[in-house]
Design a protein around this ligand. Sequence first.
Ligand code: PEP
Ligand code: MG
Length: 890
Amino acid sequence: MSKWVYNFGGGDSEGRSDMRNLLGGKGANLAEMASIGLPVPPGFTITTEVCAHFTETSEYPDDVAKQVEEGLKHIEQITGAKFGDASNPLLVSVRSGARVSMPGMMDTVLNLGLNDSTVEGLARQSNDERFAYDSYRRFIQMFGDVVLGVDHYHFEEILELAKEDRGVNLDTELTAEDWKGVIEQYKAKIADEIGTPFPQDPKDQLWAAIAAVFQSWTNQRAVTYRRLHQIPEAWGTAVNIQAMVFGNMGDDCATGVAFTRDPSTGENEFYGEYLVNAQGEDVVAGIRTPQNITVRSKEKQGSDMPAMEEVMPDVFRQLLEVRGLLEQHYRDMQDIEFTVQGGKLYMLQTRAGKRTAKAALKIAVDMVQDGVLTEEEAVQRVDPASLDQLLHPTLDPEAERKVIGRGLPASPGAASGAIVFTADNAEKLANDGQKVILCRIETSPEDIHGMHAAKGILTTRGGMTSHAAVVARGMGRPCVAGAGELRIDYKSGVLRAGAVELKEGDLITLDGATGEIIQGHVPTVEPELSGDFAHLMEWADRVRTLKVRTNAETPTDCRTAVSFGAEGIGLCRTEHMFFEADRIVAVREMILAESEEGRRKALEKLLPMQRQDFIDIFRIMKGLPVTIRLLDPPLHEFLPNGEAEIEEVSRSAGVPVEQTRARMLKLHEVNPMLGHRGCRLGITYPEIYEMQVRAIFEAAVEVHKRDGDTIVPEIMIPLVSVKKELEILRALVERVAQEVMEHHTQKIQYLVGTMIELPRAALRAADIAEEADFFSFGTNDLTQTTFGLSRDDAGNFLPSYQSQGILEQDPFISLDQEGVGELVSIATERGRKARPGIKLGICGEHGGDPSSIRFCHETGLEYVSCSPFRVPIARLAAAQAALEEAERDV
Ligand code: PEP
Ligand code: MG
């Protein structure tokens, strides 16, 4: 018999924290907490396998029903309460819990088990009729919305009218009798909307809620979230059913969330928020602004609301103890949820806390210094992709700032942009190339597309754990949350900060590190990469075996990459140098020339400029390897655009405008990506490659003379598919190299190699290796040609492929290891066999993608090459790949 249900609570559990694939993160950690003796209300978890089965067939596997029954009995035994019992009713929560957390994406139902008779039992037990009926109406509202699909505004409307009738403003001013009236109206509304009465049988409620949670795995919000975070559809969610505890049963009750360390800075300080007499969701939802847990953070934030440390000192001490135990047990910063009922603490969740990259670094490095983690473990703790947040500019401390308000520093980094008030607008303007700041009273899961499109996020309500704060940190967007002194008026489209009134489109700047909101644009400064960052990188470099190079061709990019630790250039795309304003006219003259002689004349003009480019690069790289790729794109890309440019180039080349037009027509290709580009240009117009090779060797001679650095240029021929192409072009390189060396009586060592970016080249790697000192995998083109998928147009429909689960990830971002990867493996094997010691690397975009880097490590490449800002990411990812391999080999 398969096991679909795992119990926890009562001092033991059937699951463990390493079972998150089966039990989801929440379920696995509830089990773990219960098993180490923390106060966890008892419950059980229905596995993700049931979700997968249910999603596919809309049915449950055999035995699930029976095992759920047994799970309920387990809870009943520990609590002494009985599901559906009128005198001592067991109430449960039903929550989703996927393998990785997806905040706010899926559904939750609380207080399940209440009906017209159990509510009376709850009233007697709690000795609080008002509380019981409030709980019942909350349940109907949640269940109605989440399970029965009755829009929540119906309930809000009824509630507003009830308050108006009674002449009160707050929910808390309604009496038990008032709630009874509201409940009758809620039930009537539901019957009206769905045609059947609100279910009174707790078992019916339970099964409907379980189905709703499983179905919420495929709701639009969750699908979008998974696409943005590259979470596979197939994972599914678990469902956790747990005895209710109440944080809203009086003033000795509370609910809260906390981080065992500060999630924004990583400081070793307990950081959390709580609300007295409230139910769990109130804190996260941002309905009431929560209070600080510690006096220290209260003072730091200048809040005048009492801290939990002052209000509930006993519970606070228990919580501190739990904090210590959890950190000791998990050896990581935890994000916890708790409820206090009648002065007793209950733990409802723990998980590795989401943190900013800065905090992740600090926590990992601190834990090494405290002897909690080894250096290798610290290296594995930081998500390589998150380093991106640290590599970008922050506000110039010297610049003037017109601070118009302040909120919580919810996610670091700085951003300036135009104010927008809706997610749709944010997305629209961002698509038009504008930088925007999304300003909302608060955000909800419906806003994620706009949050993604925006450069920064500002909210006027909610705390450090509000939706905006959590999501922005995950996305690496700067965010200032809960800026309570600001007013946003959606209707009139204004943001008011005291006397300042800003409209949609006005510029503001957010400083996510301080919480400042600044009017206008503020200049930024480059990041400082010392301290914790340098420590972690040093540890990473110690364990990795893959080298990390960069794709760069401008002096600025080369310098940035070297400062980030690049160990050479893996791809210098020389065509980028052709686009420079001062040389594009000469390039166009070259293209327009009718004869070889004409082309050579124009190329003569380009030679000194190319030589200077290479001199600059060689000098910056100081003897590190530099791979220079000869011209790749089709010539028509350099042709003039528009009348003015056509006239300008015709004048400069001394040809009639008609001739330019005729040449443009001639060069036009229906499918340029598969056309006259790459080495095909070198084969048909060898003089272009001759000029480039000459420039490279003359530059190497010059730098050797000037600096004494030994430069070993690696000359790379693009888009080879047939050995003969490489044979011809290798001979060209050798001839020109020889001429330059003889002329200067200076010997220069060099390599000639090729990109492997076409399937034929990968398959014929053994042949091609005879002519190549190195291969560099051009996985952009290799992906394009393996899938037959245009790299320029695929974005239009790939999202649909991802949402339908045809492709898990965009293959241009993360290497398709099964297909394209197989070609890489084949070429590696065949190339090495034909030429042992052949140098192998990758220079497609995948060279900066952590999971592709793992693949490159496992395939045995020598280096990856990526854009300068991804160099640290690649260093860390390469180290993690090496550590994972070492772990597997143990
Ligand atoms: C590639 O195709 O992977 C590559 C690096 O070349 P480019 O992107 O310039 O075509
Ligand atoms: Mg290419």
